[in-house]
Design a protein around this ligand. Structure first.
Ligand code: ZN
Length: 218
């Protein structure tokens, strides 16, 4: 159900470490998973608009070129960049609120559904048809300088997942210190972890990234 602009997989990979993991099985869940350790002292992974752009690039929402253009735009409009980051976090919390509730067998909260619904109109207005080879393809419009444009595919992902047969398969990771969401596509629907290796290794990867970043700054 990849419906955002298609890019070659892994194009957003950083030299030595992929900062953001895509284990959710849907773009909207991967955004929800940009908070670590929700059950016990949430750790924010989107600390800046630049982090959001890195996430979007690694999730193949935008190309490296689109990300670079947005980065430049954000540098010239820091207030708008802050607002876009706040919007991304609000959308993320709405998505988490909806799917975490459903995964726990509760009903989806009205306020979060309203947040998602309010975002659907402006997001779908970013849809367009473009020539692709001999035919045509659905694409997203990111080239008008709107810093929150990259959220449009996330909104569509959330709405599509809610209305899809995968919706009852959304689970919350069984780890007491994770809180990530994923679609359980295992045959007997027995997947309990966002990713066994990822969940266990995440702290290690973060420490490695922090070290790399510290070295780069020094
Ligand atoms: Zn996990």
């Amino acid at each position: 159900m990849v419906s955002y602009n298609e890019h070659p997989p892994g194009h957003g990979r950083l030299g030595d470490v992929q900062r953001f993991e895509q284990t959710g099985g849907a773009l909207c869940l991967d955004l929800a998973n940009t908070v670590d350790n929700r059950p016990a002292g949430a750790m924010e992974l989107l600390e800046s608009y630049g982090d959001l752009l890195t996430w979007a690039e690694q999730a193949a929402v935008v190309t490296r070129e689109e990300a670079a253009a947005l980065r430049e735009e954000a540098a010239s409009r820091p207030g708008d960049a802050q607002a876009a980051l706040a919007g991304a976090r609000a959308l993320r919390e709405a998505i988490f609120g909806i799917f975490a509730a459903l995964a726990r067998g509760a009903s989806a909260p009205e306020a979060e559904l309203a947040t998602l619904n309010a975002a659907i109109g402006p997001s779908l207005a970013r849809r367009r048809i473009e020539r692709a080879g001999e035919g045509f393809a659905w694409r997203w419009r990111f080239d008008d300088g709107a810093l929150d444009a990259l959220l449009a595919p996330v909104v569509e992902s959330a709405a599509s997942l809610l209305a899809s047969a995968d919706r009852p398969r959304v689970r919350e990771c069984a780890s007491a210190t994770c809180g990530w969401l994923f679609i359980d596509r295992s045959r007997n629907q027995s997947r309990r972890w966002c990713d066994m290796s990822v969940c266990g290794n995440r702290a290690k990867v973060r420490r490695h990234y922090a070290r790399t970043r510290a070295t780069a700054r020094a």
